[in-house]
Each structure stands twice: as structure tokens, then as C-alpha cells.
Design a protein around this ligand. Sequence first.
Ligand code: ATP
Length: 299
Amino acid sequence: MMQLFLPLNFLGFVYREIKSSMTNIEQMFALLGQQAQVQDAEQATELVVSQGHIRFQDVYFSYNPDRPILQGISFEIQPGEKVAVVGASGAGKSTLVKLLFRFYDLTSGSISIDGQDISQVSQQSLRQAIGIVPQDTVLFNDSLYENIRYGLPRASHEQIEQACQLAHLAPFIASLPQGYDTQVGERGLKLSGGEKQRVAIARTLLKNPPIMAFDEATSSLDSHSEQAILKALQAAAQGHSSLVIAHRLSTIVDADRIIVLEQGKIVEQGQHQQLLKLQGHYAALWAVQQRENSPEPSL
Ligand code: ATP
């Protein structure tokens, strides 16, 4: 998410300066002398995640007062559940993840984790509990190894290798002449969108937070890459409460619940097959994507 705010090169510089100690966004903001958008409550407590139950209750939110974005959003993620959010571009999907991470305060309503309102806990403890795989992952000008280790600076080599296996990065790394030592980032090897997301998944697997938020890249992926992402995502979601923002519906057919968002409101929710049977918004989205994915008829 940091890349929403900070130029890449500068971020790379910051990272090199502090990579041995820095693991969270507050410290990065502090280092940059920037104010985060929200402040800790005066009596902020530390978030304690026991189960990983997430509740959005009647959430209203707008970036600008004259343009409402989310309007009365209520849903729950039970411990260990994978809940997916789908809907047209601009419906407000990524905004849900930003609000769960408390990048902004709500206009009204509440978001709670295991009964604790996230506006009343320290941002540090909140962000420690959530692993985010953003749409577009920042890669620092450093080795692939260091880029992955960033998820848990004290990780052992074995832990890093295991995370790469689970994130389906291992075959890609093995195919590089310099393997883990390959330099990436602006001045190194440019990774594809799918490879970058798998780096982000490996980082998050290392961090091993109780809650996962995955914001799928919008860039189109070939089907091999898509399958690799899907498997990596399944590994990452295992045993975690997860919120998945999906652009390709094929990645979330196995979700415990799918929420269909339209212009900031929930218009349908259920499992894949249930939603198809409704023949409503989800079924229409599915039909469009099926058409787009089917091979061109030969002339
Ligand atoms: P996509 O599928 O294209 O990623 P989305 O459903 O995730 O879209 P959001 O990114 O949540 O949509 O954006 C919802 C609306 O909020 C959009 O109209 C967008 O232009 C607006 N928006 C997003 N971020 C900001 C911001 N920082 N300031 C003002 N408006 C914003």
C-alpha cells in the first residue's frame, strides 16, 4: 500500500537506510516526516487477535465529502474464512482493504476484529496483525532474497525457501542464473505482475499474520501465471481469515463467501454456485469473463 503515497525510488532509498530494523508503515511515515492520515485514539489499546473474526458494520465512507464511496457496508469474516469481494472497477473494493488497515477513518459505522473496534486500537498493533498483498508490489533495488526477507527480517534461509515454495516462486527463482541473488527493482530485473504478486505473497507468508488481505493485480496474466497465483493464494489463506479483492473471478470460486459490490453497496453475497443460480450481478460478471477467456473462434 505504501506505493500509493511514495515514489518508488525514494522508497528504495528509505528501505536501504533502515531495512535492518524497519518492519512497519508507521516507522516509514515517521522517517519521512509525514503524517499518517489517522491518529491513534488517546486511550488506544493493543489489538489482541484471538480468533480472527472481522466485522464491517454499516460502514459509510467517502474520500471527499461530496462523493460517497461506501454506503452501508455490513459483512463478517468468520475465523479462518476466505471472503472475496468482486464488482466493477471503481465499486469500492480496494477501499475496503484500505479501511481494514485503517488508512482512513470511517464517516460512520465500525470495523472490528475479535470485538475490538479498529479505531480504538493502536495502528501499530492493527497493522502487525494484517498481511496485505497489494495490487502493485514495491520491489526495492536489492536482491530477490532481500526483497522476500523484508516480510520477516529475522527469517532463516529455510523459512525463506519454504515461503517461496508455498508462493510458487521457487521454479521461477531456480530458472534465474543468479537465483536469489538476482538484483530486482527499478535498476534490476523487471518482474511480471504475476511474479511481483508472488513475491508479495511470499513476504506475507513469512510475516504469517492472523489476517490476510489480498488485492489482486488488475494486469492480465497468462493462465500459467494465474494458476500459480491461485495456488499461492490458497496456501497463504490457509488457516487465516482472509479478504480477497478479486478481478479474475476464477481465483475466488472456492471462497467461503463472495460479496458483490456495486457503486459502494453490497448487491449480492453467497458462494459461487449460489450466486450463479441467482442469475444476477455475479452471474453477469462471470459470463463476461468466460467470454473474454474463451479462445477466438477460428475463421
Ligand atoms: P478497481 O477494480 O479499478 O481496482 P475498486 O472497486 O477497487 O476499483 P476503489 O479503488 O476502492 O475501487 O475506488 C472506489 C472509488 O474511490 C473510485 O471512484 C476511485 O476513483 C475513488 N478513489 C479511490 N482512491 C481515492 C483517493 N485516494 N482519493 C479520492 N478518490 C479515490
